[in-house]
Design a protein around this ligand. Structure first.
Ligand SMILES: [Zn+2]
Length: 287
């Protein structure tokens, strides 16, 4: 298997909560076109971390996979407050976990397509609220039961350590957890604390320059590589809006290869490092 982008969305609908049509990602033709270009850059697989409550649309995903030739991995789980579905509030942690387990073992929405990762499950800007606490506990139970990885959402990159604490308390090893959006924290010490604990750390908002310059992302990422953490690092773009696509004036998926990876090379990162991060690590996680 060639390169894998570990944190993307194929069909995503956060438009109601965010009150913006741009947050309905449904640009089928444009996405297929970009995915075909990604194939020429070595990408063979994309992990769709869209789950229950985010507008997950399995028939659509299967069409994108068919038309683009890129393998798409589906996910189970729920996102974070306030995107949790109504049934979430009526069920015990064990019942919620069982729903995730069923999507891994039996398939999603009677479609037969199975989930291979649990996420993105996450928390908000203020930390892990009580509902999110239950969500992350259910994710841990499902991960332990199925052997699948948990991939998280952190708001502005924060509270990854608290997420990890919770998973470890539940009995899930930190090396089975991917802490997402960690680049947004822009904090070297925080990044290294997560790595020292054995978690995977994902820089998955590459190119979102409204949050921070990519030079800072490249500085932090290359420092982690220089310290020997290659086998715990992951890269993705988390394209979530119509306006992120290239034809709509956005950066597009190829930005990772055309703009960001060259910044890493300037900082001494090697082709072999990139192969570990985009190929070997995803292969290990998704095996
Ligand atoms: Zn996210």
């Amino acid at each position: 298997m060639g390169y894998t982008l570990m944190h993307e969305h194929i069909y995503l609908d956060l438009s109601k909560v965010k009150n913006s049509d741009d947050c309905l990602l449904n640009s089928f033709e444009l996405m297929v076109e970009e995915f075909k270009q990604l194939k020429t850059l070595g990408v063979e697989r994309i992990v769709d971390v869209t789950n229950i409550g985010m507008g997950r649309n399995i028939p659509y995903v299967e069409q994108v996979q068919l038309q683009s030739g890129i393998e798409i991995v589906s996910a189970t789980g729920c996102y974070k407050a306030p995107f949790l579905p109504d049934w979430f509030y009526q069920q015990t942690i064990e019942q919620i976990a069982q729903r995730f387990i069923d999507e891994i073992e039996r398939g999603i929405e009677n479609n037969g397509r199975k989930a291979h990762i649990i996420g993105e499950v996450g928390s908000g800007f203020e930390g892990i609220n009580p509902d999110e606490h239950r969500l992350l506990q259910a994710a841990a139970i499902a991960a332990i039961e199925t052997g699948k990885f948990v991939t998280t959402h952190t708001s502005l990159g924060r509270f990854g350590e608290e997420q990890l604490d919770l998973f470890v308390q539940m009995g899930l090893n930190s090396d089975r957890v991917i802490i997402g959006h960690t680049d947004l924290a822009g904090d070297r010490d925080y990044l290294f604390r997560l790595l020292d604990r054995g978690a995977y750390v994902e820089f998955d908002t590459i190119g979102k320059l409204n949050y921070q310059p990519d030079e800072l992302r490249a500085d932090l990422f290359s420092q982690a590589i220089k310290c020997g953490y290659q086998s715990q690092l992951l890269l993705s773009l988390d394209i979530t809006r119509k306006s992120h696509l290239r034809a709509n004036g956005g950066i597009g998926y190829a930005y990772l290869f055309e703009q960001f990876i060259p910044l890493l090379f300037e900082r001494g990162v090697t082709e072999a490092d990139i192969e570990i991060i985009l190929q070997h690590n995803p292969n290990r996680i998704l095996q």
